[in-house]
Design a protein around this ligand. Structure first.
Ligand SMILES: C[S@@+](CC[C@H](N)C(=O)[O-])C[C@H]1O[C@@H](n2cnc3c(N)ncnc32)[C@H](O)[C@@H]1O
Length: 253
């Protein structure tokens, strides 16, 4: 099986010196103490079905029926994420997939891919996304199989949404399948969430180190194709503490 690369990106942290992750030079990133979470692998996938069943499980299509057109992270955080994507996305003629997408993929303004497929739940939001060349509505918690051929993409991104995947192993295995050899998957997450829609383990405890561990486990146990698992912090602190309860639904943005 061809090797692909995995990258976990935590988007709320301190400004720092340059870090090379997965061969990318990301000037505003640094590893942190939470990186240790990626060393101690359990023997097998450590989560049960109950661990992955949100309080408001199912009906994701209904939950996202009304377009929100909101931002799910603060200005600085989004700016850092965009600067990260500047380093991660192919400079030209790239084929990119954005999962759990909306009206924004946080890609740099003016960046154009040859193929930019976006997949999410709200058609009006997807249509409004300026980066896309194609879009698809699909509930990954109902149907985790991606509607794309093997080895189609150079980069797969998922911004601020990995916490709501209830079939993560299936989706991550699919990401490995649709990536070209040497391709890169970037999972970016913050310290905000829809508390009723995230998988319960995300809240137990609600810490960056635990989130790194969870997403690391998704990569580790989904496919042998993931060759390299790297974690980087990329943003400046926003000056607000992590919210253990994540706030109420709709408080994101
Ligand atoms: C917190 S928003 C993040 C949106 C966007 N990625 C961003 O960074 O602004 C969560 C997104 O995930 C998508 N989503 C949530 N559950 C999903 C599911 N089961 N299948 C596919 N997409 C889903 C929604 O359409 C929504 O746009």
């Amino acid at each position: 099986m061809a090797c692909v690369r995995a990258l976990l990106v935590c988007t709320l942290a301190n400004r720092a010196a340059a870090l090379v992750v997965c061969g990318l030079n990301v000037p505003h990133a640094k590893p942190s103490a939470a990186s240790r979470a990626l060393g101690n692998w359990p023997k097998s996938f450590p989560y049960s079905d109950a661990d992955l069943k949100p309080m408001m499980a199912g009906n994701d299509g209904l939950f996202y029926l009304v377009p929100k057109f909101v931002q799910h992270a603060g200005d600085e955080c989004r700016d850092s994420l965009t600067r990260f994507y500047e380093a991660a996305l192919p400079a030209q003629d790239g084929d990119v997939l954005d999962l759990c997408s909306s009206w924004t993929s946080h890609y740099p303004l003016g960046w154009k891919g040859r193929r930019v497929a976006i997949l999410g739940l709200n058609p009006l939001e997807l249509i409004a996304n300026p980066s896309k060349t194609e879009w698809a509505v699909q509930d990954l918690n109902q149907k985790p199989t991606l509607p794309y051929a093997d080895a189609s993409f150079d980069v797969v991104t998922n911004s601020l949404s990995v916490d709501c995947l209830t079939k993560p192993l299936e989706v991550f295995a699919e990401m490995a399948r649709v990536l070209k050899p040497g391709g890169l998957a970037c999972m970016a997450f913050t310290n905000r969430c829809f508390p009723t829609k995230v998988v319960p383990i995300w809240n137990r405890p609600f810490t960056e180190a635990h989130h790194v561990q969870i997403v690391g486990n998704y990569f580790k146990f989904s496919s042998d194709a993931w060759a390299e698992l790297v974690r980087g912090r990329i943003a400046r602190r926003l000056g607000r503490p992590a919210r253990p309860d994540g706030g109420r639904d709709g408080e994101e943005g």
